[in-house]
Structure formats: C-alpha cells, structure tokens
Design a protein around this ligand. Sequence first.
Ligand SMILES: *Cc1c(COP(=O)(O)O)cnc(C)c1O
Length: 342
Amino acid sequence: MPGMPRSLVTIDLAAIRHNARVLADGLEGAELWAVVKADGYGHGAADAARAALEGGATALCVATVGEALPLREAFAGVRILVLCPADPGDDARAREASLELVVAGERVPEGVQVHLKLDTGMGRWGLAELPAPGRDVVGLMSHFATSDTDQPFARQQLERFLRATDPYAGRYVRHVANSAAALTMPETRLDAVRCGIALYGIDPFGEDAGRFGLRPALRWESELAQVRRLAPGASTGYGRRFVALEETWVGVVPVGYADGFRRDLTGTEILVGGLRAPVVGIVSMDTLAVRLPGPVEVGTPVALVGDGITLEAHAVVAETIGYELACGIRTPPGRATRRIVG
Ligand SMILES: *Cc1c(COP(=O)(O)O)cnc(C)c1O
C-alpha cells in the first residue's frame, strides 16, 4: 500500500477525555490530577494533558522540572506538580514557571510552593517523619507501594498518613492515591488523586480496564509485508527459534523491538485481518513473524494493539506491566507514524 508507514500509532484523545471524565465523576468531590510524566506514558504529554483537563482533571503531574516547563508554556494557570525531587539547579526555573515541587528529604527549595512527601511504606523518596509545615507548603502527600497487589498494606500506609496529617486536614491539599487506589479504595481519595495509567485506559491491575468503564487510548497497526510458506523443518527468524513441524504459513510484519515490540513478546497474539494469530520465532529489531491460518494476502491489516488486543495481555506474555510497554512504543521519523485523533 503506497504511503503506508511500517507502523502507525494512533492516540485517541477522545478516549483520554472520556477516561478523565469517568475517573472524575467517580471521585465524589476529590480532584483528579492527571499524571503525564514520561511523555504521557508514551501517549504524548501535551496532548494527553489537554484531553485530561478537558475531561475534568484540575492539575498535571510530571516527574521532572524539564518535563513540566513545556507544559507550563501550553497551560498557563494550571497547577503543575513535579513528583520527583528536583535538582537545586532547577529551583529558579521552577519558581519562574510557578511549578510546585515535592520535598522528600532534607532539602527544601527556596521560594517555591511545595508538597511534603511522607514515606509511609514505599521505602524510597519521602520523609520518615512529617515536620511542621513551613510557609511554602501547600500539600501533604504519600505514595502507595502495593495498591495494585496488597491492599491491606496500602490501607496501613493510608492509616500512617492520616495519623501524621490529620492535624492539618483542610489546611493543605492531601493526596496519596494512584490509579489502582483511586479506582478501588475510595477511602484513599482524600482531597485529590494522582492518576496516570487509568487515564490512558490501561488497567493498573493488568486485567481489563473496560470493567471500570475506561477505554484504551492507543492503537498500533501495521500490515503484512510478506507471506511465506514454510515446509516442514524450515524455520523463520534468528536462531531458528521457530521450526515448522508441518507446512506452516507465516507473515512478516515490519515492526520489531526497536519500535517497542519487545523481544520477549514471542507467543503473544495480534490480529491479522481481524483474526488472532500468535507471534512466532524471535522478534528482531525491525521485524516480527506471525503464524497464519493459511495463505493470507500481503498488505492485510495487522493490529498489534487495538480491537481487543491489549497492552495488558502483551504484558502478561512479557512478564511486565502495561506501563512499561506503553512507555516503550516508539515512532521515530522515517520509521513509523504517530497520529492524534479525537
Ligand atoms: C507515576 C505516579 C503516579 C501515577 O501512578 P498510576 O499508577 O499510573 O496512576 C502517582 N503518584 C506518583 C508519586 C507517581 O510517581
């Protein structure tokens, strides 16, 4: 097909807007803060931020000052919180851009609004004890280690947080919940929740985000570039890791690990002409092979993600999480195309 890129990633902003609305509507008064770090989990930070704000989010969260600055250009007046401790060299830029920073250790940035982060069990960034809040403090926060896997432990973290911060209730915005907690532990919602993965329609529990009314925002498509018949004993790909036991048809798809279709996704299912088909052999840098039910035409559409093929299902095969796969999908110029719709 002339003009068809090797692969096409489509980001549906209507889905992000819808997901923000679903999340915001379920919060019973807490604010929805949209986490758009890591380029919006691979979806495009500015586009994702705009869609989330349109859907009812009231603030943006990123990991670094460098991620926040372009968002400040695009969204004047919107609260932007930098979640990871900032480098002292970034304080002036943060101040000029009216960013809010997190205090998670000894250092308190000068003249910038800050959120004190209490470590209640994550064992990473965070203060062991809550100090008396100084004059630049606007928020109190913590972060869950296990809201997707061990909710009793998350509840203990919440209790520690409440014990330390109850004296300040109503004076500072208190926030602890990520997507998993916001969706399934109503008691964690407090004044605001920080949702990332759910905004993109990916299930933080690795199952099916549809059960929460969320819709995946990312589609990834390609097409069959070649179709071949393997005689018994013939193989496809590096290392001869797939050897045909009987006559087997395989399709070659021009997407590989350099595009973010990881090498450990052998065995996962994709759609070829609307039918599920397993990836076989070794995924290489530029190419993957898929087992076909028979001789399918070159140019047949392939869905790598979309139409029921989910990042959650791929993540099970790769023994990772949807977050990592989403962040890894790449569309470098000259190789793949990214399209924004909705
Ligand atoms: C990334 C992050 C979040 C968002 O987590 P999701 O599981 O994607 O909702 C929330 N809070 C902090 C501190 C984070 O770093």
